[in-house]
Design a protein around this ligand. Structure first.
Ligand SMILES: O=P(O)(O)OC[C@H]1O[C@H](O)[C@H](O)[C@@H](O)[C@@H]1O
Length: 296
């Protein structure tokens, strides 16, 4: 199955079948190319012309309903990590990162100009999970051009206040995670999910794991990739934390991470890891803007 959804003098957007139950959009535009899975509403790739890919995608990712896709920008929502707040306020252990990344999103709008490809996806419904029964509507706008902008708007359609945690879980492609730094993180306190020690401060030598940290910062970050001589600037909006994750050699035990894959990416996630309220019938948004600076 292949369907051209939009074509003009600047490019083309196609819908294709990636696997059973997994449809995706891909675009070729005069500024670059990219792809987005409707399953998970997940950006899979983006490569501006003349650049290395910006997002990393595992060669051995699952593409099947009920499993998360490894790479691109998974949406962690309405909970980040393995804990949800139930409607009665109690916390409960759950599988990681919520249902948005394992739900079927719909195309709400597509447009293409000389400078950008804009894709809006939506997810609408209720009782997606017994842990989070509220009716909700998510809208995700993706603007691919020379830079990339992603906005996730969450509307609470129920008559109760709801609480969420979440993240735009970007897998950034780098020349080598061992030759990659993020200097602005050195100024921030972090909770170390691996050791359990909170409010740490230390210099991050490089981005090779095992690393799993929640930084208390919403500052603009610059990923300095020495091997590819590239800087990736990431600015978040509406997010209070950055999560930094790379599995290191432990990645070799993950079936959906190809051999040596841990050398090729760093996850820097625009996140809210503390519970955030959304009042009944209200909307809130989180977003990120990504810009590339190539030194060569
Ligand atoms: O394997 P996943 O459920 O996609 O999670 C991958 C990673 O996501 C985040 O970065 C968490 O902080 C990590 O603890 C987790 O291992």
């Amino acid at each position: 199955m292949l369907e051209i959804l939009l074509e003009n003098e600047f490019g083309r957007i196609e819908l294709y079948q990636l696997a059973t139950g997994v449809q995706a959009l891909r675009f070729v535009h005069q500024k670059g190319q990219g792809s987005v899975s409707l399953y998970g509403g997940q950006v899979l790739s983006w490569q501006p012309n003349g650049q290395q890919p910006v997002f990393w995608l595992s060669d051995t990712s699952h593409y099947s309903v009920g499993k998360a896709i490894r790479g691109g920008v998974p949406l962690c929502w309405p909970w980040f990590g393995g804990e949800v707040k139930l409607p009665n306020g109690e916390l409960s252990k759950v599988s990681n990162h919520g249902f948005a990344r394992q739900s079927q999103w719909k195309i709400a709008d597509l447009s293409m100009s000389d400078t950008t490809v804009e894709i809006t996806l939506s997810l609408f419904g209720q009782a997606f999970s017994s842990y989070w029964p509220a009716a909700c509507e998510l809208s995700q706008t993706l603007v691919f051009g020379e830079s990339f902008q992603q906005t996730l708007t969450m509307k609470n359609l129920s008559d109760q206040t709801v609480e969420y945690t979440g993240a735009l879980h970007s897998y950034f492609c780098v020349g080598n995670s061992q030759e990659t730094e993020i200097p602005a993180l050195n100024d921030a306190l972090y909770d170390d999910k691996l050791s359990g020690y909170n409010k740490q401060k230390s210099t991050l030598e490089n981005c090779m794991g095992p690393i799993d940290r929640i930084y208390q910062s919403s500052d603009k970050m610059v990923i300095v990739d020495h091997k590819w001589q590239r800087e990736i600037e990431v600015q978040s909006h509406g997010c209070q934390q950055w999560v930094l994750w790379n599995p290191g050699k432990g990645g070799q035990n993950m079936v959906d991470l190809h051999a040596e894959g841990e050398n090729e990416f760093v996850c820097l996630e625009a996140a809210n890891t503390d519970w955030q309220e959304i009042a009944s019938q209200s909307s809130v948004s989180i977003s990120q803007t990504i810009k590339l600076h190539v030194k060569r």
